[in-house]
Write a protein that binds this ligand. Structure first.
Ligand code: 13P
Length: 251
């Protein structure tokens, strides 16, 4: 059985004190009521070491939102996969559409990042998804297939440490969610690509999350689809009650 997962992506929100307060609130909410899925929070780099202490020994996993495409050295302002790992984090988001579009992250750069993350013992939450014009031109399948090329060189053993997140760019932060049917259709297509490039077993085992304006009111319907294994949550991950509401969609 593949994992059901609800992961939060805090993006560039919350100062350290606010982040610690949110992680603490979530920890208390989940201690009172055990979740029926894996729960992960992905925070800005500066929160990681402190939040790691807050969530240690709980059901909450911790991740970064990015890491460098270089191992170490004179890359001012960058944070390496090894540095992320040393904070106590277990995950890293790579290939988010905001990184691809605002910071020019290409398939090749992401391949380097994926390799470094996995080599340093991090699990990767790898994001893919099309922009509105591509959806309108019915090109979403070829777009996600091309984005997945950053993973094709992995061994099946390495792929077992990758979670996919399908996030249509037109649904991120817009309040416009993909329908459950649209999500199911492309998730099934993505799973088929994994089957073709790896194996049926790898495809069956990989978790594919949906992201884009997911909230407590629509999570249950989206998660009810057979190829949707949970969500990667932006805005709604910044409020404990909303994030918990999405986690509860798995109950
Ligand atoms: P929103 O949930 O705010 O639409 O963001 C989704 C996202 O980009 C998560 O990575």
């Amino acid at each position: 059985m593949r994992k059901k997962i609800v992961a939060g992506n805090w993006k560039m929100n919350l100062n350290l004190q606010e982040g610690v307060a949110l992680a603490t609130e979530l920890k208390e909410a989940l201690a009172a009521e055990k979740p029926n899925c894996d729960v992960i929070i992905c925070t800005p780099f500066i929160h990681l070491a402190t939040v790691a202490g807050v969530v240690e020994g709980t059901v909450i996993g911790l991740g970064a939102e990015n890491c460098a495409d270089k191992e170490k050295g004179a890359y001012t302002g960058e944070v390496s996969a090894a540095q992320v790992k040393s904070t106590g984090a277990q995950y890293v988001i790579l290939g988010h559409s905001e990184r691809r579009s605002y910071y020019g992250e290409t398939v090749e750069i992401l391949k380097e990042k994926v390799d470094l993350a996995l080599a340093n013992g991090l699990k990767v939450i790898f994001c893919i998804g099309e922009v509105l014009e591509e959806r309108e031109a019915n090109k979403q399948n070829e777009v996600v297939a091309a984005q997945l090329e950053s993973l094709y060189h992995l061994t099946e053993e390495q792929l077992a440490n990758v979670i996919l997140a399908y996030e249509p760019v037109w649904a991120i932060g817009t309040g416009k969610t993909a329908t459950a049917e649209q999500a199911q259709e492309i998730h099934a297509f993505i799973r088929g690509i994994i089957a073709g490039n790896f194996s049926e077993k790898a495809a069956e085992e990989i978790s594919i999350l949906y992201g884009g304006s997911c909230k407590p009111s629509n999570a249950k319907e989206i998660f009810s689809k057979p190829d949707v294994d949970g969500g990667l949550i932006g805005g709604a991950a910044l409020k404990c009650a909303d994030f918990k509401g999405i986690i509860d969609a798995w109950n």
